[in-house]
Design a protein. Structure first.
Length: 297
């Protein structure tokens, strides 16, 4: 076993016959003053099987897997092996505890996602770690932390899809984000996905279970906001086009057509309706649309 440091990153290279590495709850409790670390196994030869949080990841030669040293785990090597172990302080990754938990114990192959970039970089770093002066090592350590953070960002959403109910928290965060940025005409699925560090494809998968597309949800919430404002202001206040622009509708003609398709009347006609003819049925993020009714004769 050889161990070196590159900045704040500890790199250990281990070669042995079949073995098991265990980190128990008792060991963790006894190291209460140690800084939490994120570990990554880079398997050079032989197989590794990592277990954490009830999950099992089998890592083939040329693959990697991430784990959290704050929670118990075991790594089994069923045959002779050679591996590189990287440990980085968790705080440097700038990821949530939930995302780190979701990303752990997920094997990444040499052709999966950011695997090719990570494996090439980490393999080269492990073999040349002894040759870097301190200033260079510090910069390389920062790159390692950034790459591990990117790995967590890639793996956590995929895990959320696999675990029933785990995506509810993310859906809620996305809805809150949409509500805060509803007036921004540049709000789009691409921007929403980027803000939450997930792919557009995964964002759409999240909302398949909600029974609505992301674009349709944004449009519906914007229309609800416009309808509430028009009904509240009556014949006073800004123009219809100004209300539309306030809620992200840049083109007045498009706003008018979309509004009529949703509510059966134009925004101008909606504004002129007597207040007792306008029914605000479950307005807001709950999803029910606004509607209007004709007062009885």
């Amino acid at each position: 076993m050889e161990s070196r440091r590159v900045g704040c990153v500890r790199i250990s290279t281990l070669e042995a016959d079949a073995a098991r590495l265990s980190r128990t709850a008792e060991l963790i409790a006894g190291e209460a003053r140690c800084e939490p670390q994120v570990g990554v196994v880079v398997q050079v030869s032989g197989r590794a099987v990592l277990k954490q949080d009830g999950r099992r990841a089998e890592v083939p030669p040329g693959g990697l897997v991430l784990y959290d040293t704050e929670r118990p785990y075991t790594v089994d090597y069923p045959e002779r092996f050679r591996t590189h172990l990287f440990h980085v302080p968790s705080r440097l990754l700038s990821v949530t505890e939930r995302d780190l938990r979701d990303a752990s114990a997920t094997a990444v192959g040499p052709a999966d996602g950011c695997g090719p970039v990570l494996l090439a970089f980490l393999g080269g770093l492990a073999t040349s770690a002894h040759s870097y002066p301190a200033p260079v090592g510090d910069r390389l350590a920062g790159s390692v932390a950034d790459l591990f953070g990117a790995l967590v960002a890639e793996l956590a959403p995929a895990r959320a899809v696999e675990e029933p109910g785990a995506n509810a928290h993310l859906v809620r965060r996305v809805r809150e984000y949409i509500g805060r940025h509803l007036s921004d005409p540049e709000l789009s699925p691409e921007r929403i996905a980027r803000a939450h560090r997930i792919s557009v494809r995964y964002l759409h998968r999240l909302f398949e279970g909600e029974g609505v597309t992301v674009s349709r949800l944004v449009q519906r919430l914007r229309l609800d906001a416009c309808a509430r404002e028009l009904a509240r202001r009556g014949g006073f206040g800004p123009t219809v086009s100004a209300v539309g622009q306030r809620w992200g509708f840049v083109n007045p003609a498009h706003f008018s057509r979309t509004f009529r398709a949703a509510y059966g009347v134009s925004p101008r006609e909606w504004r002129s309706l007597p207040q007792d003819e306008v029914v605000m049925a479950g307005a807001g993020s709950g999803g029910a649309s606004l509607r209007y009714i004709t007062s009885p004769a």
